[in-house]
Design a protein around this ligand. Structure first.
Ligand SMILES: [Zn+2]
Length: 321
């Protein structure tokens, strides 16, 4: 389909030019240390060449359990291209994340680090934005002058090769263990209250486990929802997402004066899988904020297009065209 590729490439380049906004400021900050002139899409294509191949049967299994989920390969490719058409490039964009502490949550972050440079970390256990307003304010000040922020946020959940939700295989560890451990511990705490008559024992004053105390406080409103869920482990990340989504958007709203040229908020559920398969992501929000902190575009539909121009470009890059 070479004709199709060239036609769509021409369309993509035209779209890039049409949406591109010039930026005068410095090109890097100490946090955003990438050099080179490769586009975000070219960087993603390189990263994906070292990932496991797509597995059709597992892809179906994940999507059956998490309708709306797409592989990280598809996610990262589309995000890089969509943002590039809005003027967000590796040189002018600071990556900011709010993801769980678990090393499995680093998989998506590591990929994006290779595209946009080191990230500012807002997140903590379960993916809550524990760095809060202060963290967001500091992060905003580190965005290159005239540049942008890409904020990626979400709780995570594991799924094993045979489809058990809430668990995942980990490299070098025989035990197929919980994922997300923090969320499941908070869920068990909540179940003890709703089903077993246990007392609320929030230990926010206990600083040695401050974040988990907060997760357990923040999950309290979801007792009924989780008890009535067909699959508690499947519902858990979505319940946490709803809580985190309010917090993240409130933090952006409170710090909107610090936004420079614009901010893209990509949020959803990270779905971690075994080392042999691609990770997935269920995007639930992809909002573009302008320089005064107003959401001016919903980019989510662009992520959900099944046959994007961008994948044609990626395939061509994969083949060295
Ligand atoms: Zn976790």
């Amino acid at each position: 389909m070479k004709i199709s590729f060239f036609a769509t490439t021409a369309l993509f380049i035209t779209a890039t030019e049409a949406f591109h906004v010039g930026h005068g400021g410095r090109r890097t900050t100490s946090l955003n240390i990438l050099t080179g002139t490769e586009s975000a899409a070219e960087r993603v294509a390189k990263i994906m060449s070292n990932k496991p191949q797509e597995n059709e049967a597992f892809d179906k299994l994940v999507k059956k359990n998490f309708p709306g989920a797409i592989s990280n390969k598809e996610l990262e490719t589309k995000v890089a291209n969509i943002l590039e058409t809005r003027g967000l490039t590796p040189a002018n964009t600071l990556l900011c994340t709010s993801l769980c502490c678990d090393e499995l949550a680093r998989s998506l972050e590591d990929d994006l680090n290779k595209v946009y440079g080191h990230n500012f970390n807002l997140g903590g256990l379960s993916g809550f934005p524990f760095a809060g307003n202060t963290g967001f304010g500091a992060m905003s000040a580190h965005v290159p002058d005239g540049g942008y922020c890409l904020l990626v946020h979400g709780p995570h959940v594991g799924i094993t090769k045979d489809g058990v939700i809430g668990k995942v295989e980990r490299s070098g560890i025989a035990l197929v263990d919980n994922c997300c451990g923090s969320a499941i511990a908070a869920s068990n705490y909540l179940k003890g209250i709703t089903d077993g008559g246990a007392k609320i024992t929030t230990k926010l004053q206990q600083f040695s486990d401050f974040q988990q105390g907060a997760v357990q406080e923040l999950i309290l409103p979801f007792g009924k929802r989780l008890n009535e869920a067909e699959n508690r482990m499947k519902e858990l990340p979505y319940a946490l997402y709803d809580s985190q989504d309010i917090l993240v958007r409130d933090i952006i709203s409170s710090g909107s004066k610090g936004i420079k040229s614009g901010l893209a908020l990509l949020s959803g559920i990270q779905i971690n899988t075994s080392p042999e398969t691609l990770d997935y992501f269920h995007p639930l929000r992809f909002d573009y904020y302008d320089e005064i902190g107003v959401v001016v575009e919903d980019l989510l539909p662009s992520l959900m297009v099944s046959a994007p121009v961008t994948s044609v470009i990626l395939n061509a890059l994969d083949q060295g065209q």
